[in-house]
Design a binder for this molecule. Structure first.
Ligand SMILES: *Cc1c(COP(=O)(O)O)cnc(C)c1O
Length: 401
């Protein structure tokens, strides 16, 4: 049992807490599911990019999937092997491409034809060969929230099958490009195996047709998107998931590369908050807490549900309430129409499954300093990011009057 109350007193609230032992367990479970083939796990840094989280995952043998040069540099700083780092994203700038090539990471994941020509030119200028993969859009509906669906034709990500094939042919002939990977990522928080399976079959077909013309793809990158339990979801069985992928790859010798973000860190994290006030009108009851949408935006952004626990209460008489933050937006809530017993000032409420897309999506809106982050390792707590101060908020601003 985690001593949330003690942690809330020691570090103050709001506070993110991550249990690193859970991250280890998740990593090992997924690695195990893939053990029948050569595989590589590249953690999607955007889910939680704290250097200590990355360092911990690096120590387990994880690689990293990055979507900016900042994330690439974080991964390298945390000690992730450069040949386990991949760089994706629809809008890489020239300087980012240049830096990625200089860092000599495993591969750059291309998301458009134009980007391929830029990477080729920059590689030529640097006199290097760029190892690349291409993000192919299989046009599969992942049956998740539209904002986190990424593999349909109307999405901005990747290229369609025909364009991908042309790009591979071009890259194969180019002296500055070396196509070694094929990639798809159809969305996030996916709780069914079938979309993964359908996508994998389509992309594996393309893989075979590339192999048939001697384009030697080494990495079959299946993206991330494995859903977790927030409320009453039934997550996919990792074994079934891996088997579905393996089946589509029969007769090939590629390394399966998986890019889990949420799955590795989501359920390791908690957001600790304290009650400030309670107020009622004739229609509604509100509990106002010290955390807000700037700290955890998922409920406001996606209508996402985070399970929570009110500590130290024995009162069973609950009533409907919105748990809201202090920000000046009606959309600022962490839970809506949920049941809660009476609360008092300084009661601690813990929001669960907040390890992924929590802190990394947080902001300074309303001039609120971003909160501290604490790691639990074998029950011992350690601060891994200090709470921001007022000085941190203004330190880059210049007086121009
Ligand atoms: C966001 C993202 C991931 C991770 O997604 P999760 O749902 O957190 O597993 C993996 N790959 C790419 C390319 C992404 O954009």
């Amino acid at each position: 049992m985690i001593q949330f109350k003690t942690l809330a007193e020691k570090y103050d609230t709001p506070l993110y807490v991550y249990d690193f032992n859970i991250i280890t367990e998740n990593f090992n479970n997924l690695k195990n599911a893939f053990k029948a083939r050569k595989s590589m796990l590249c953690y999607a840094v955007k889910a939680n990019s704290n250097l200590s989280v990355l360092k911990h995952l690096a120590s387990l043998g994880s690689g990293c999937d990055c979507v900016s040069i900042g994330e690439v540099n974080r991964a390298l700083l945390a000690g992730v092997d450069r040949y386990k780092i991949i760089y994706s994203g629809v809008g890489k700038r020239d300087v980012e491409i240049k830096e990625a090539l200089e860092r000599d990471i495993l591969m750059i994941n291309l998301e458009s034809e134009e980007e391929m020509y830029r990477v080729e030119q920059i590689a030529k200028d640097l006199n290097v060969t760029a190892r690349i993969s291409i993000r192919v859009n299989p046009n599969i509906d992942p049956k998740t929230h539209p904002y986190i669906s990424t593999g349909l034709h109307e999405s901005k990500f990747g290229v369609d099958l025909e364009s991908a094939k042309k790009m591979y042919l071009y890259a194969h002939k180019s002296s500055a490009l070396n196509p070694i990977g094929i990639h798809f990522h159809i969305g996030s928080q996916i709780t069914e195996t079938s979309p993964f399976k359908e996508a994998s079959v389509i992309i594996a077909d393309l893989l075979r047709s590339l192999k048939a013309i001697n384009i030697d793809i080494k990495f079959f990158d299946i993206g991330g998107g494995i859903g977790i339990k927030y409320k009453d979801e039934t997550p996919i069985l990792l074994y079934d998931y891996a088997q579905a992928i393996f089946e589509s790859l029969k007769g090939t010798d590629v390394t399966v590369l998986c890019e889990p973000g949420r799955y590795l860190v989501g359920n390791s994290g908690y957001l600790l908050t304290k009650v400030l006030y309670e107020k009622k009108n004739d229609k509604k009851r509100f509990v106002i807490i010290d955390a807000a949408m700037n700290d955890l935006i998922r409920p406001s952004l996606y209508g996402a549900y985070h399970d929570f626990e009110l500590l130290d209460t024995s009162d069973e008489a609950t009533s409907l309430v919105d748990i809201v933050g202090p920000i000046c937006e009606t959309g600022d809530f962490l839970a809506k129409d949920v049941l809660l017993p009476p609360v008092k000032h300084d009661d601690v409420i813990v929001f669960k499954s907040a390890g992924a897309y929590g802190f990394t999506m947080s902001s300074n809106y309303n001039s609120r300093p971003r909160v501290a982050e604490v790691a639990l390792i074998d029950g011992e707590d350690r601060m891994i990011r200090a709470r921001e101060s007022f000085d941190d908020l203004i330190k880059l601003e210049r007086d121009f009057l």
